[in-house]
Write a protein that binds this ligand. Structure first.
Ligand code: XMP
Length: 517
């Protein structure tokens, strides 16, 4: 396994993802993590991340001595390379000339890290790499034992190697996709240079987690709030595999779910997989709680709090529960910790479990805590969950509550469910569902005039939203074909009573958010 020491780069998480994609297990620790923790982790190689600081200042982050004492291969990226150079006896200077963005690197000489990896070959036979650079400092003198392996016009020492010790430094960022050969370079380091076998595969992850869960909970019973989303579904499937009937899931139908969703969750987990699921129909209670509430933030809180009330009541009826399971995944851990420190133990403030049953004094079990979303999906498929469920677009905790603008009424929710199902089914039929990141319908309780047959209609509007995004922080509206939109619009107006107009949302994020509330 590989240790990634974080010096505060915004890309540290990407390094971890690339390493996992090479089927090698890794974890991120803060650069000042306790020495004992690093020794206990016993990495076979260490990657030193980039970072915002300058190694030329006195009290900047340092490579802890234990990392050198471990005598394992090291790869320093950007700040990591500079820190290696500075601490191993080389020289680093703050350069007036900052390099940022695309750069073309010329490979120099032979090294185990870069040889035979290139985008182009120039007339002199040197390999050329298209890379992403972002740095102010640069290495000006190599430490003993190192040779230069890459150069750019701005940085004559853009890469360094000591093949003997397996020490490498790169001034550019191999973890970002703009560095086209970046994944190969990282794979070369973690697989070949660190001599790992690449066994971090779904089947192994499952076997490993099952063993750990069994060791952790012993004969105890575990409670899980099942939402039907990817993370809680995979958590349920994994725990069921590990402890069978000692897992009790509570599924709350809040009346704000998508068409057929409650039935689907029960069919998959209770009927098909034999998971112990307690279903609670709380539609009435949620609707009553939402009556007269129009402000989006107040609605969110009302839904979240009602959820907790219902969940707690149900949990209190169950006897002998010692553990609470959560579908926390690695990005949640990193995000909650503020930075990629890996040592903080923060509970995900998820809508489903926002305020845990305090009085129950449950201990936490989080089997997906070390996994990225794509790994969670892969093990979900391996555990036999339906592909449709695993590849589903994200759905917000407050559900349709934030897709019905203003006050929520059951009649609106029913119409929205029908319209949304038409939109989604048509996306699937046209093979467009997997091409967009998220798609849904929104209910606009604004009356607009229409004409159907010979009659005048004065009815509500459905807005359709579909976006493409990688991280959901920014998004582009999906350029769905006009003919497709035309078809969906017709089907919704003909098929959903009380809707006489359909519009398509053509706003990007920013400035608009993905959800309307
Ligand atoms: P926005 O609307 O902020 O949404 O652009 C970004 C992503 O987050 C989802 N979302 C939520 N998920 N609870 C959730 O679990 C929420 O309250 C919530 N609000 C937004 C949204 O669907 C999109 O994927």
């Amino acid at each position: 396994k590989i240790l990634i020491l974080d010096f505060g780069s915004q890309y540290t998480q990407l390094v971890a993802r690339r390493v996992r994609e090479a089927d090698v297990y890794c974890e991120i620790y803060a650069w000042d993590a306790p020495e004992a923790a690093i020794r206990e982790f016993a990495p076979v190689g260490v990657i030193l991340s980039g970072g915002p600081e300058s190694v030329t200042i006195d009290d900047g982050p340092r490579i802890p001595p234990v990392v050198i004492e471990l005598s394992v291969p090291l790869l320093g990226i950007c700040y990591g390379m500079q820190a290696m150079a500075a601490q191993l006896g080389g020289g680093v200077e703050t350069s007036a000339q900052r390099e940022f963005g695309y750069a073309r690197v010329r490979a120099r000489g032979h090294s185990r890290l870069l040889t035979d990896i290139q985008d182009h070959i120039n007339e002199q036979g040197h390999g050329l790499l298209d890379v992403w650079m972002s740095h102010g400092d640069r290495v000006t003198r190599l430490p003993d034992g190192f040779k230069s392996i890459a150069e750019t016009d701005g940085a004559p020492l853009a890469g360094m190697a000591d093949d003997e010790r397996g020490y490498y430094g790169l001034q550019f960022h191999p973890e970002v996709t703009h560095t086209k050969q970046g994944s190969r370079i990282l794979e070369r380091f973690v697989r070949d240079i660190c001599a790992t076998t690449g066994t971090w595969r779904s089947a192994d992850i499952i076997a490993d987690q099952i063993e750990r869960v069994r060791a952790q909970v012993g004969e105890g019973r575990v409670l899980l709030g099942l939402s039907g989303g990817v993370d809680s579904s995979v958590t349920a499937a994994l725990l069921h595999e590990a402890i069978g009937d000692r897992l009790v899931c509570v599924f709350v139908d809040n009346g704000l779910l998508r068409l057929g969703e409650a039935d689907q969750v029960m069919a998959t987990f209770a009927q098909h997989m034999g998971v112990n699921v307690v279903a609670v129909n709380a539609e009435q209670r949620f609707l009553e709680r939402l009556a007269g509430v129009t402000d989006p933030e107040v609605k969110r809180k009302a839904i979240g709090n009602t959820f907790i009330d219902v969940f707690e009541e149900k949990a209190a009826e169950l006897e002998g529960i010692e553990w609470l399971a959560q579908g926390t995944i690695y990005p949640d851990v990193i995000e909650s910790a503020g930075a990629a420190t890996g040592k903080a133990h923060v509970i995900k403030s998820h809508h489903n479990v926002g305020g845990l049953p305090e009085a129950m004094k449950l201990k936490l079990v989080e089997p997906l805590r070390e996994l990225f979303k794509d790994e969670v999906r892969a093990i979900g498929l391996e555990l036999g969950l339906p592909r449709d469920m695993i590849m589903r677009h994200p759905f917000p905790g407050p559900g349709l509550g934030v897709r019905i603008l203003g006050e929520v009424h059951k009649a609106y929710a029913d119409k929205l469910r029908a319209a949304d199902a038409i939109f989604i089914q048509n996306l699937r039929d046209a093979d467009l569902y997997d091409q967009v990141s998220q798609a849904f319908a929104v209910y606009l309780p604004v009356a607009s005039v229409g004409v159907m047959g010979d009659g005048r209609r004065y009815e509500h509007v459905i807005a359709l939203r579909a976006v493409e995004t990688i991280d959901f922080m920014t998004a582009r509206w999906a350029h769905l074909p006009y003919d497709f939109l035309d078809d969906v619009s017709r089907r919704i107006i003909n098929g959903v009573d009380g809707i006489s107009r359909v519009v398509y949302d053509i706003s990007g994020k920013p400035p608009a958010t993905i959800e309307w509330e």
